[in-house]
Design a binder for this molecule. Sequence first.
Ligand code: MN
Length: 321
Amino acid sequence: MSNLERDPQETPCRAGVTTLAGPAPQLLAGRPVPLGRHTVVQRFLPHRERRMVGAWCFVDHFGSDDAASGPGLAIPPHPHTGLQTVSWLLAGEILHRDSLGSTQPVRPGQLNLMTAGRGIAHSERSPAGRPAGLHGVQLWIALPAGVRDGPPAFEHHAQLPVVVLPGMRASLLVGELAGARSPATVHTPLTGADVALDAGASAALPLQEAYEWAVVVLTGAVRVDGCPVPAQTLAYLGRDRGELTLDAAEPARLLLLGGEPFEEELVMWWNFVARSHEEIAQARADWAAGRRFGPVVGDGDDPLPAPPMPMTTLRPRGRAG
Ligand code: MN
């Protein structure tokens, strides 16, 4: 007589199979996208099958590049609307300048959080005298109604809370995790953490069950609730998880992203997050005409021209895909 029972420990990630902690993760690979003149990033969100996780609407991972010998990161002045940018480095250094007059290097362990509101312009560059290597992420957070048309802002947080468990350190970029709370200003219920796992680590983190969650494995490989997730992969976990287990056979680095599902439909085009084709067209026209956004103080380079508007009408889209 054969045993017809499936063992979730052995087949935790086959489609339709349930892991011990809930439905199997949806594994999504990143795709390479050129960024600026000399950098290629892996983009995880938006993805054809998953546009958002909470208010997280954009996830780029770059590096490790040798930024010391080459030109490094060179993103000339460009505009944003309706979002926050989260700049976070694992190695190297980037200099941020913006139209509010901010000039702020960001280094590993520090957070640059820029709130575009109705409009801001900034540049991001590898500064002179930088260390070798550049490795980091840039994330966008969609702003909700009532905030997205508000004033732009910029925050730098040189120190963030760190959740420490045996074999695990989680730097809390935004929101709450395991009783810690980030000082960064966000406008929807949201969590973002950079989790470093030692070889052989096995850690359990409490999760808000009302949030949807994803893990983005940057380096190494981990098991998420028993499911193997390779490097350069986003594992979407859905909602209704009260705990997450992370196991690493080798040293690993991952992002843990979660938030209450963002119910407003978005139009994302170029560097703008809006709600309609008309809003996008207006933002593009304002940038082209030198209105609304202002110059990036101290950046002598020419601003990035906006690409031409698409021939079709941009349609608002929901969070799922
Ligand atoms: Mn930008």
